[in-house]
Design a protein around this ligand. Structure first.
Ligand code: ADP
Ligand code: MG
Length: 352
């Protein structure tokens, strides 16, 4: 064999080796991309519960995401049945229709105790004992179909319902695990129960797969399960309270966001809008905001504080100081259309 032949063979060997390595790299990249996609296949499930549309968008390595999504929806159904004050089978109905102590389980006691805690914390802007007023306005059994049949109550009816309302009428007996309502007041947990269901179902998902990703959306109130594709932000639009589309976009990898608006449940009489968020001091729909969005770690806090913020909108100075102290950031659209934001909120408006 000539020297040059040997050189040629060596060259060919090298080319084969380099090509082999290159092919291996390309295949690995493909495998990685395909694996990445397989890993993050999202399953979506929706259902109408709690008077709103619940949407679960989830991916998991540990369990079939379809089964996990169903577990979330079953949890929402369970909580709805248990705490809906207008369902005669519920524990809240039982408490509301008894003049005496009612024995409750730990979960019920803890939720009502938390609601009373938030009522105190928000100086009564969030009040879980407005059942009489909510029923008087017709928001207990509201649908867009019956909105046109609703009427504005008379002032004397509102006054009477107010006398039979307020969280001070909730008596908690922790030792004996029982609850009593005074002065004919009735519970309505409508402004906390969605946040509670989000938090509970999130915990169920995380106890099965701590690395699960996705989100749960309960009628615009969202709990992030984990970042998109395990690493990136979910982009959440804040609904324009008048007109269509979004007026802002929020980027989140974790935590909760809730919006309370005057556009969800309302009716119009003589050109005036009457909606479902009641000012506990007056018994009339709170009138200083169109929508209030709150970002917090905890979905219960986000739910409660978006309702409370809506009631307190007249007093932005108070909200912008006290809500961030509770770990909450706020975005408000006031009744004149102007926008207010807490400083910490700005960090969520763009990708850091
Ligand atoms: P949505 O249910 O549209 O997300 P909220 O979380 O603000 O809005 O809850 C509004 C519901 O809470 C009402 O439908 C009513 O049942 C109840 N509610 C109304 N006003 C108050 C209030 N000031 N405090 C506590 N609950 C309220
Ligand atoms: Mg709420």
């Amino acid at each position: 064999m000539r020297f040059s032949d040997r050189k040629d063979i060596l060259k060919t060997k090298n080319v084969i080796l380099i090509s082999g390595v290159a092919l291996l790299i390309i295949l690995s990249v493909f495998a990685y991309l395909i694996w990445g996609k397989v890993r993050f296949i999202y399953y979506e499930a929706t259902e109408f519960t709690m008077g709103t549309r619940i949407r679960v968008y989830i991916s998991s390595d540990e369990m079939n995401p379809k089964d996990l999504a169903n577990m979330v929806l079953r949890e929402f159904e369970r909580i709805d049945q248990k705490f809906d004050p207008y369902n005669p089978e519920s524990v809240i109905y039982k408490i509301n229709h008894s003049n005496d102590w009612v024995d409750v389980d730990k979960e019920t006691f803890a939720l009502i105790e938390a609601a009373v805690g938030y009522a105190k914390l928000t100086e009564g802007a969030f009040d879980p004992a407005l059942g009489r007023i909510i029923t008087l306005w017709g928001f207990d059994d509201f649908s867009s179909k019956n909105a046109s049949s609703l009427t504005v109550p008379q002032e004397k009816e509102i006054k009477k319902a107010l006398q039979m309302s307020g969280y001070q009428n909730i008596v908690l007996d922790r030792e004996n695990m029982r609850i009593k309502m005074l002065n004919g007041a009735q519970l309505d947990l409508g402004a906390i129960v969605k946040g509670y269901a989000l938090e509970k179902s999130y915990n169920i998902v995380k106890s099965i797969d701590k690395d699960a990703t996705g989100f749960i959306d309960a009628g615009g109130e969202i709990k992030i399960i984990g970042p998109k594709y395990g690493k990136t932000f979910w982009v959440i639009g804040i609904k324009n309270p008048r007109g269509t589309g979004s007026i802002d976009y929020i980027y989140m990898k974790e935590g909760s966001i809730a919006t309370s608006g005057d556009y969800e449940r309302y009716f119009i009489v003589d050109g005036k809008r009457y909606h479902h968020i009641i000012d506990p001091q007056t018994g009339w729909p709170a009138s200083y905001a169109r929508s209030v969005t709150v970002i917090a770690r905890d979905a219960v806090a986000a739910d409660v504080l978006s309702t409370a913020g809506f009631v307190m909108a007249k007093d932005w100075r108070y909200v912008v100081v006290h809500f961030p102290e509770l770990g909450a950031q706020v975005f408000m659209v006031l009744s004149d259309g102007s926008i207010k934001k807490s400083e910490g909120f700005l960090a969520y408006e763009r990708k850091p």
